[in-house]
Design a protein around this ligand. Structure first.
Ligand code: 13P
Length: 257
């Protein structure tokens, strides 16, 4: 059965006092409204130690938003997967569209980053998604297939069983304009096909949806059969919103899959 997962991506937001409050409220909110899915927060590197300590023995997992493609050495400003794993990091986003666009990360670099994560015992959350122009030119499937294939090509099948995918249409990120549940389901089903074509052992790789997910839109999106959870940006900075999104996650039974 595919894992269900809701991850917050704080992006470049936070402050010591704000984080402490947010994590406390989130742990409270999740404890009250647990829906059986895994929950995590991807924080700026500088807050990893603080948030890790604040989470303590909580079930909320710690994540980061990027990882170096290198293992160690003269790469000023970079942070390796091994360093992150020493701080209890469980997840790392790789290939977020903001990294691809503002930092010119290629699909191949994203594949190497995913590999580095797996070597260090961190789950890479491989982000894929098309721009508005690409969608309007009917290129969505082609774009996400190319982005995912580059990562799968970097990993053996065994390694690829341990990744998570996040479909994040670029036009839906931070715009307040989420993909419709139907649009999300259609692309998720296509990504499942790409995985199945690669190997039947990839049938349990979860595919999350990201892009303007809010508590008001979550139920519709998360009930789609190929949507295994959410990657939540802006709304994850409000503990109540993230907890409500987690609570909207429908419970799956093993018979339902
Ligand atoms: P928003 O939820 O703010 O649209 O951000 C989505 C995202 O980029 C998560 O990684």
């Amino acid at each position: 059965m595919r894992k269900q997962l809701v991850l917050g991506n704080w992006k470049m937001n936070g402050a010591l006092a704000f984080n402490a409050r947010l994590i406390e409220d989130l742990m409270q909110g999740i404890a009250d409204g647990d829906s059986g899915c895994e929950v995590g927060v991807c924080v700026p590197f500088i807050y990893v130690a603080q948030v890790g300590e604040a989470l303590g023995g909580s079930t909320v997992r710690l994540g980061v938003q990027d990882i170096s493609a290198h293992t160690e050495g003269a790469y000023t400003g970079e942070i390796s997967a091994k360093m992150a794993s020493e701080f209890g990091v469980s997840f790392a986003l790789v290939g977020h569209s903001e990294r691809r666009i503002y930092h010119h990360e290629s699909a191949e670099i994203v594949g190497v980053k995913a590999l580095r994560c797996l070597e260090a015992g961190i789950t890479p959350v491989v982000c894929v998604g098309e721009t508005l122009d690409e969608r309007e030119m009917n290129e969505t499937n082609h774009v996400v297939e190319r982005q995912l294939t580059a990562v799968l090509d970097c990993l053996g099948v065994e390694d690829a069983t341990r990744i998570v995918i996040a479909y994040e249409p670029v036009w839906a990120i931070g715009t307040g304009r989420s993909a419709s549940a139907g649009q999300a389901q259609e692309t998720h089903a296509f990504l499942r096909q790409v995985l199945d074509t690669r190997s039947s052992s990839l049938s349990d790789v979860p595919v999350l949806y990201g892009g303007s997910v809010k508590s008001s839109s979550a139920a519709d999106l998360l009930r789609q059969s190929d949507v295994d959870g959410g990657l939540v940006g802006g709304a994850s900075l409000h503990a109540g919103e993230l907890a409500a999104i987690v609570a909207a996650m429908p419970r799956r039974t093993s018979q339902a899959r």
